[in-house]
Design a binder for this molecule. Structure first.
Ligand code: GDP
Length: 472
């Protein structure tokens, strides 16, 4: 209706145009930016977006090539439960003390930095697991450069190992494998190498590209070597950032501390955050009152890849929120208020994800190239059969990509991965857990359940041909 008034055409004409794009809309429906652009174009108008989103763009300063300096990598530890993720993080945290730093890392602030030598350091995210990682990614945050996949060498590649690997692959994250518990008598790392190769993950010793290190998180054996390999992997990425501008980064965690007020841990991505800087994260603004490092010492500033606790936010932003240093406190407050207003207006709407019904419209717009699918099934045979058949549906126009496949019910972690990778989920003879169903509803993830393989294939095929009749 609003758009019709602005362009001085009838609402019916707008609705008809939307229908020709495969989109069935009501008179009061909000159209997304992409649809608005296309529809306006049909009537010879060009859309310019102004308002809250517009300001976001100006928040981040562009860098000239010569301003970029090398920065340390940020690393997440993932793997199956009990394979030693926490032990590894704990050992590295303590080992940092030995490297001559004053005071141990006593506090958990969500991330910590370890020095390898005078020049090199690595920042570890202190919440292990791919769920935390993918939850951040689902919120649009990209805070990890390299993943360490921990696998207990006295065990096997377990379901969550596979999940962790697929979550890392979906994020295009380089992986280094740590074969842990090498001190145990039953440790057999070659068996793990073999299992990985069966998943198309070929390790370096076998001519592949993935570095591995046999370690013991308990005794600390070879952990220095593991860190060197991680560092090597990171060097290939040539990570750079401009330290000389207003800070930008991601909120890692935040809470209300009784004595100190709102405390947020942020990971600076670029720029430098200093005491006194006006700041903004999500719909909260503030001014940096104090900064603390992971040792609990006060610091005056934090540069790229440094984790730091920030005091001075007016509220607790969410993990995964982008944070920015801003020109002035009034500006920060104004943007925060606008965001809050926008959130209310849109009823906390989350970003809309791909659904089978949507494919036709996206095809018509011409920007749909890859259909990401997650398959969960009751037995391995049907998961594989479905995965093979769906992959064969790939055409020149659309590539079908199986982001993750496994036996078992549809879990919250699957839904998070779907959110982060804009994927649809197919359940074959399995159902989502109650938590997964709720999350899928909130995130608007298309979950399709089937009990006949050809039915699943037919439906996906029809959707890819843009033929699926929308459900009302
Ligand atoms: P997480 O669930 O992956 O974080 O695993 P934890 O770090 O909690 O470790 C699970 C169990 O394995 C604990 O009892 C650890 O003490 C033990 N563990 C971890 N690493 C090693 C290791 O290298 N050798 C041995 N023998 N035990 C280990």
């Amino acid at each position: 209706n609003e758009l019709a008034t602005m362009m001085d055409v009838t609402v019916t004409e707008i609705i008809a145009t939307c229908m020709s794009l495969g989109l069935f809309v009501s008179i009061n429906q909000r159209l997304d930016a992409e649809t608005l652009t296309i529809v306006a174009d049909e009537f010879g108008y060009e859309i310019q977006f102004v308002g809250a989103e517009d300001e976001e763009v100006n928040l981040e300063e562009e860098d000239a090539e010569e301003d970029l300096l090398p920065r340390s990598p940020i690393v997440t530890v993932m793997g199956h439960v009990d394979h030693g993720k926490t032990s590894l993080l704990d050992f590295i945290r303590k080992a940092n003390v030995i490297s001559g730093e004053a005071g141990g890392i006593t506090q958990h602030i969500g991330a910590y930095e370890v020095k390898l030598d005078e020049e090199k350091s690595i920042t570890f995210l202190d919440t292990p697991g791919h769920e935390a990682f993918t939850a951040m990614r689902a919120r649009g945050a990209k805070v990890t450069d390299v993943a360490i996949i921990v696998i207990a060498a006295d065990d096997t590649v377990m379901p969550q190992t596979t999940e962790a690997i697929n979550h890392a692959l979906a994020a295009n994250l380089p992986m280094v494998f740590a074969f842990n518990k090498m001190d145990k008598p039953g440790a057999n790392p070659d068996k793990i190498r073999e299992q990985l190769s069966a998943m198309n993950i070929l390790v370096e010793e076998w001519g592949g590209k993935y570095q591995t290190q046999e370690i013991s998180a308990k005794s600390g054996m070879n952990i220095d070597k593991l860190l060197e390999k991680v560092s090597l992997e990171a060097e290939l990425l040539e990570l750079k950032a401009n330290p000389n501008k207003r800070a930008v980064g991601t909120v890692i965690e935040a809470q209300l501390d009784k004595g100190r007020g709102y405390v947020a841990t942020v990971l600076v991505e670029a720029g430098t955050l200093k005491v006194g800087d006006p700041i903004l994260a999500g719909s909260y603004s503030g001014r940096v009152k104090a900064l603390y490092n992971e040792r609990g010492s006060r610091v005056e500033k934090a540069g790229p890849a440094a984790p730091v606790q920030v005091l001075g936010f007016q509220g607790a932003p969410q993990a995964g929120d982008r944070f920015n240093g801003v020109e002035s406190e009034p500006e920060a407050r104004e943007i925060a208020n606008k965001r809050l207003q926008l959130q209310r207006e849109q009823g906390l709407r989350t970003q809309k994800h791909i659904t089978l019904d949507e494919i036709g419209r996206r095809l018509a717009i011409g920007n749909f190239k890859e259909l990401n699918i997650i398959i969960k099934g009751d037995v391995d045979g049907s998961v594989e059969a479905l995965s093979d058949s769906l992959q064969k549906l790939s055409t020149e126009q659309i590539q079908v990509k199986i982001v993750h496949k496994a036996v078992g019910p549809i879990s919250e972690s699957d839904v998070l991965l779907a959110t982060a990778s804009d994927a649809i989920i197919i359940g074959f003879q399995v159902r989502p857990s109650a938590g997964a169903r709720k999350l899928a509803e909130a995130e608007e993830i298309d979950v399709r359940l089937y009990s006949i393989i050809y039915k699943a294939i037919d439906e996906i095929k029809a959707a890819m041909e843009g033929m699926l009749a929308p459900e009302f």
